[in-house]
Design a protein around this ligand. Structure first.
Ligand code: 3PG
Length: 205
């Protein structure tokens, strides 16, 4: 599986309450989104991944913010079908690859991208996209490294997403705009479905 070909848009989710995991995933599916990246930024993230993997087969659930080898192992045991890291160390990359699931290791410089390419990776996360140069940076990277494809995340919005998706080396964009903290907290699933629908119709032909 290539996560970059799954969907041009990847919701990056920070979730505190695991009871919200399944209704949130269903709201995204209802809005036409078939992938969700649950960040390991809350103590309950693995439980949320477990519940989505068990109860919402229509969505591919992966773990984001994977920063340690142990987290990579735990996230896959919980049911993650892909792993995303904000940046990459050799030990982290080894652990992510050892799980056997699809990996999207993060980078933010040309040298980091080169190190990952030397390890055989051609699909990378670019983070934090807006803060480190945004679409112009990725466009420049396409000259010397045309074989790499990126999923930029970090500061991207529905308005800025098309600028990224227009680049030949960008296959998808990720972000938290699809699941705003206020809507998640108030369990406003219909507004999350509406945002997903608006995003799909704006970004996916
Ligand atoms: C990530 O981990 O990819 C980012 O936190 C998503 O960035 P955003 O919250 O600025 O969209």
């Amino acid at each position: 599986m290539s996560i970059l070909d799954l969907s041009p848009v990847v919701p990056v989710v920070v979730l505190d309450d695991p009871d919200s995991a399944v209704p949130l995933a269903r709201a995204l599916v209802e809005g036409g989104i078939g992938v969700i990246e649950l960040t390991l930024r809350t103590p309950t993230a693995l439980e949320s991944i477990r519940r989505i993997a068990a109860e919402v087969p229509e969505i591919a659930v992966g773990a984001g913010t994977v920063t340690t080898p142990q987290q990579a192992e735990d996230a896959v045991k919980a049911g993650s079908s892909f792993l995303v890291s904000p940046g990459t160390t050799p030990a982290l990359l080894d652990a992510m690859l050892a799980t056997g699931v699809t990996v999207l290791p993060g980078c933010s410089t040309i040298s980091e991208a080169l190190v990952l390419r030397e390890a055989g990776l051609t699909e990378l996360k670019f983070f934090p996209a807006e803060a480190v140069g945004g679409a112009p940076f990725l466009s420049s990277l396409g000259g010397p490294l045309p074989d790499l494809r990126f999923c930029p995340t970090g500061g991207i919005t529905l308005d800025s997403a098309p600028r990224y998706l227009a680049l030949p080396n960008v296959a998808c964009v990720g972000g938290s705009w699809l699941t705003p903290a206020s809507a998640v907290k108030s369990r406003d699933w219909s507004s999350i479905t509406a945002t997903a629908r608006a995003t799909v119709s704006a970004l996916i032909q």
